[in-house]
Design a protein around this ligand. Structure first.
Ligand code: SF4
Length: 409
C-alpha cells in the first residue's frame, strides 16, 4: 500500500493514503437502540427511554448473543473473515451497562477471529462521558470514542428535542481529550433554523481546540417519517437553513485543510492517519456483520436488514429481510462519496471489460470537466464537485444501467 504520493504532477494532497480494495476482512456493528429521549430529526431506530437504563436494555445483550450464534451457524461466509473493526452505535451505546458490555465483548472475542490491530468504537453522548466511564471503556479495549455533540447552543438542541445536560456539554470534551484514548471524534450538525454561520464556526473552533482525531459534520435534514419533518409539514417548526448549509459545505474543506485535517468523505474529516476504518468499510462495500434491532449486514454477497422493532427483534433476532446485493451500482453510490484518492482498478476486479470502460470514460469526462483528478488509475474528486455530487454519481449509475439493459436486449 502506497502511503504518500510521489507524483510529480503534485495533483494530490500530501500525506494521504490511497483507498484500495481489501479482501478477507469484516467488521461488526452492534445497534443499541436506547436513548434518553428521541430527537425529533432522528431517523435511526431509537427509543427514548429516560435517564435511568431499564432492565430491557440489559436483556438485549442476550438477544445479540443469540443473533450472532445463529448467523454464524447459518452462514459460512462469516467464518472466513478476520474482524478488524467493532462499532457500537445506536441509539446511545455509551449508556450500556458496563458489566454486560464486558461480557459481550468477551463473547465476540470468543466467537470471531479478531484482528490484533482492532479498531473498537463506541458512540457516546456527552451526558455519559464521565471520567469513570471513559476509564472503564478504555479498560474494555475501546480505541475510538465518537461523541454525538451536534451543537453547543441549547437553543438549537432543544428545538430538535435533543437531551441537554449543560455541565456535561462543557466537561465531556475535556474529559475525553485528557483520557489518553487514541482516537477521539465528534459529530456536529449545521443549519438549525435561525443559526448564524459564526455560531457554527464557534462550535467547531471549540471542539477543534481539543484536537480530536476525527470530526463529522452533517447538515440538518428533514428525514421522511421523523417528528421534525411532520412538525415542518404542519407549520409548527421551521425547516433547516439551506443557504447556510450550502455556504458551510463549500467552505469546510478549505477551513479544515488549513487546520491540518484531511477531508476523506463528504461529511468526514480526520487528522492524517485517523480515518474511521469502520465507516470506510461501508463506503468501500466491505462485509460487516450487523447485530441488533434495525441493524443491517452484508456478508460480501447479500444484504440483510433486521426488524426495526424491539419486540419483534427480541422474539426472533434473525427474522430479517434478505436481498441480493447489486455490487457495481451499490459500490459506486457509496465509493464516490469518498474525497480521498481511490485506486479504482482494485475495486473493479470482478467487473466485465465493458463496465470497466464505461467507468474509465466517465472518470476521464469528470477530469476533463475539472471536477476530479484522474491519473494512472487513481481518482480523486476536487472540492468543487461536492455541490452536485449526487447528480454526478447518478450520471455514472445511469450509464451502467443503460449498458446492462443493452446487454440484456
Ligand atoms: S441521541 Fe442520537 S440516536 Fe438517540 S434519538 Fe438523538 S440522534 Fe437519534
Amino acid at each position: 500500500m502506497q502511503d504518500k504520493y510521489s507524483s510529480n504532477s503534485q495533483i494530490f494532497l500530501e500525506q494521504t493514503k490511497i483507498i484500495q480494495k481489501r479482501k478477507g476482512y469484516s467488521g461488526v456493528y452492534i445497534h443499541f437502540p436506547f436513548c434518553i429521549q428521541k430527537c425529533s430529526y432522528c431517523d435511526f431506530y431509537s427509543i427514548g427511554s429516560g435517564i435511568k437504563p431499564s432492565l430491557v436494555e440489559k436483556n438485549i445483550f442476550q438477544t445479540y448473543k443469540q443473533e450472532l450464534q445463529t448467523r454464524l451457524a447459518e452462514n459460512q461466509y462469516w467464518h472466513s473473515y478476520i474482524y478488524d473493526t467493532i462499532f457500537f452505535g445506536g441509539g446511545t451505546p455509551s449508556r450500556m451497562d458496563l458489566l454486560y458490555l464486558d461480557d459481550f465483548i468477551h463473547f465476540l472475542k470468543t466467537n470471531l477471529k479478531l484482528s490484533h490491530d482492532l479498531e473498537m468504537t463506541l458512540e457516546a453522548n456527552p451526558e455519559d462521558v464521565t471520567e469513570d466511564n471513559v476509564k472503564a471503556w478504555q479498560k474494555l479495549g475501546f480505541t475510538r470514542i465518537n461523541m454525538g455533540y451536534q451543537s453547543r447552543n441549547p437553543k438549537y438542541l432543544q428545538y430538535v428535542g435533543r437531551y441537554y445536560d449543560p455541565d456535561q456539554y462543557k466537561n465531556a470534551p475535556k474529559i475525553l481529550a485528557s483520557s489518553g484514548i487514541s482516537e477521539t471524534g465528534y459529530d456536529l450538525i449545521y443549519g438549525f433554523p435561525g443559526q448564524k454561520e459564526e455560531e457554527f464556526y464557534s462550535d467547531l473552533d471549540f471542539l477543534l481546540s481539543f484536537r480530536p482525531t476525527h470530526i463529522s459534520m452533517y447538515s440538518l435534514t428533514l428525514e421522511k417519517g421523523t417528528e421534525y419533518s411532520r412538525q415542518v409539514r404542519e407549520g409548527k417548526k421551521i425547516q433547516p437553513e439551506e443557504d447556510l448549509q450550502i455556504k458551510i459545505l463549500e467552505s469546510l474543506p478549505t477551513i479544515m485543510n488549513s487546520k491540518g485535517y484531511e477531508w476523506y468523505e463528504v461529511s468526514n474529516y480526520c487528522l492524517p492517519g485517523h480515518r474511521s476504518r469502520h465507516n470506510l468499510r461501508y463506503w468501500m462495500m466491505e462485509p460487516y456483520l450487523g447485530l441488533g434491532p434495525g441493524a443491517h449486514g452484508y456478508d460480501g454477497h447479500s444484504r440483510y436488514g433486521n426488524a426495526r422493532n424491539l419486540e419483534a427483534y427480541t422474539k426472533d433476532p434473525t427474522i430479517t429481510k434478505q436481498e441480493a446485493a447489486d455490487y457495481a451500482t451499490e459500490l459506486f453510490l457509496s465509493l464516490f462519496r469518498i474525497f480521498a484518492p481511490i485506486q479504482i482498478e482494485s475495486f473493479l476486479w470482478n467487473q466485465a471489460e465493458q463496465v470497466k470502460s464505461i467507468i474509465d470514460l466517465k472518470l476521464k469526462a469528470w477530469s476533463n470537466r475539472k471536477l476530479a483528478y484522474y491519473e494512472n488509475g487513481i481518482f480523486q474528486w476536487k472540492s468543487q464537485a461536492v455541490m452536485y455530487l449526487d447528480s454526478y454519481i447518478l450520471e455514472l449509475t445511469r450509464a451502467l444501467e443503460e449498458n446492462s439493459t443493452l446487454q440484456k436486449s
